[in-house]
Design a protein. Structure first.
Ligand code: GLU
Length: 446
């Protein structure tokens, strides 16, 4: 069997780390199995879905490297859903109900006050033709409910193991609203059947839905696919992510300068037995992926982990990969520069600081007590500067002044870069060049 999965985001907002994690797990599983990944835009809610958000989803997936084999929009597939609706009606599994939201709320309150479960009482099933006609004459339009069989629906979940949902304790789900709009439940099943989806991989907030949806698969004469319900992410504080979704959109992370490989490595490995460190690339993460590695407790999304992984991604980034981006920000100062700078930056944009130290204007930092060393060093600076110059020069300064260790290197670093930390001076010195070096050692801003 070839694995075929789908990621079904709603284009009603930007993708955030929670829903992209679901998409990523689908992608990793599909690619790891040599299977297919379908992008299915869940735009059944015509009022809240927008074309811009749909484009945002594509932009984010593409940026993260999550290619798709097929793309479908549910809004283009209504005839299929109508056909399924008619079939369910003809099998007596879909029935019209006329209660308003207020009426349902009131009934629910009464049930709760009597200590009963707040399950829809199926009053609509008992309506006579005449009663229905009277309600319609009042101007009421029906919504449509799926008549659950009321049984223990069981499945072997790839992430949760054996699962059971008792549909007898659930309300018959509404599949179609009074304005004729399809809610997510039925189109999802119809498409899973039509697209021959083999595995439905989604968050564990859908477990109860799955009980009802398996009944719908069966009512439509299909075999349900396999399911994997993964735990949801929580914040570093253990609270749900939802309150802070705004700051966790993929778009925001991109704008803040995080690397796509850091984001996917982090999301692929949160809540698994693998260490939280970067993969070589997204394909490598797919090769490593297994549901069996996923813990049963929620994964903690911690920005400190992302920042650490991001730094590690930059630390390992070869010059060929970095070069076009360096050129883009006017910071392509050659391979030696990148190789020594990459371990000094938390975000790629941080390279700009070091490019400025080389080619911009820097105010030297020369403490009073460091003056003798700096002045002596100025007189000993080699005529031409190359990769060996720093060690030759500092040996001469050491011999001339007796300064050594930090007392030798720090005053020179501070004078030449205006900072007390940074990439190897052996690399920086020839890039800064003799002219600027001489002026900075003399205390001039240069
Ligand atoms: N649009 C739904 C969601 O994002 C899809 C759920 C599913 O994968 O079936 O929750």
């Amino acid at each position: 069997m070839t694995v075929k999965v789908r990621f079904a985001p709603s284009p009603t907002g930007r993708l955030h780390v929670g829903n992209i994690r679901t998409g990523l797990i689908n992608w990793l599983f599909a690619r790891g199995e040599g299977g297919q990944f379908v992008l299915r835009i869940d735009d059944t809610d015509r009022e809240r879905s927008t074309r811009e958000y749909e484009q945002g989803i594509e932009t984010d997936l593409t940026w993260l490297g999550m290619t798709w084999d097929e793309k479908h929009s549910q809004s283009a597939r209504f005839p299929l859903y109508r056909d399924a609706m008619e079939r369910l009606k003809s099998h007596g599994r879909l029935y019209p109900a006329y209660e308003t939201q207020d009426e349902l709320d009131r009934r629910r309150k009464v049930q709760l006050s009597r200590g009963q479960p707040p399950v829809y009482d199926r009053a609509a099933l008992k309506l006579t033709d005449a009663e229905r006609a009277a309600l319609e004459a009042e101007g009421r339009r029906p919504h449509w409910r799926f008549r659950l069989e009321g049984k223990r629906v069981k499945w072997e979940d790839l992430a949760r193991g054996h699962c059971e949902v008792d549909t007898a304790s659930m309300s018959d789900p509404v599949l179609i609203r009074e304005d004729g709009a399809f809610l997510y439940t039925l189109p999802s099943v119809v498409d899973d059947i039509d697209m021959a989806i083999t595995h439905v991989v989604r968050g564990e907030d859908h477990v109860t839905n799955t009980g009802a949806q398996i009944e719908i698969f069966e009512a439509l004469g299909a075999r349900a696919p396999q399911f994997a319900h993964t735990t949801l992410l929580v914040g570093a504080d253990g609270e749900g992510l939802s309150k802070r979704l705004g700051s966790l959109s993929i778009m925001d992370l991109r704008e803040q300068g995080y690397e796509p490989l850091a984001i996917v490595s982090h999301l692929a490995r949160i809540g698994t037995s693998d260490p939280l460190e970067p993969g070589d690339n997204i394909a490598g993460l797919a090769a490593d992926f297994a549901f069996g590695k996923m813990a049963r407790h929620p994964g903690r999304y911690d920005f400190d982990d992302l920042a650490r992984i991001n730094a590690a991604v930059l630390h390992a980034m070869p010059y060929e990969t970095a070069q076009p981006r360096l050129a883009n920000i006017g910071a392509d100062l050659g391979e030696a520069f990148w190789l020594s700078v990459r371990s000094n930056v938390a975000l790629f944009s941080g390279v700009g600081v070091w490019a400025h130290v080389v080619s911009g204007s820097v105010e030297p930092l020369i403490a009073e007590e460091d003056r003798p060393v700096v002045e002596a060093a100025a007189g000993l600076l080699p005529e031409t500067l190359d990769g060996d110059s720093w060690s030759v020069w500092t040996s001469l300064v050491k011999a001339a002044t007796g300064a050594k260790g930090r007392g030798l290197f720090m005053p020179l670093r501070r004078a030449l870069t205006g900072l007390d930390h940074g990439p190897e001076m052996a690399v920086m010195l020839p890039l800064i060049g003799r002219e600027k070096a001489v002026r900075r050692l003399a205390g001039e801003t240069a």
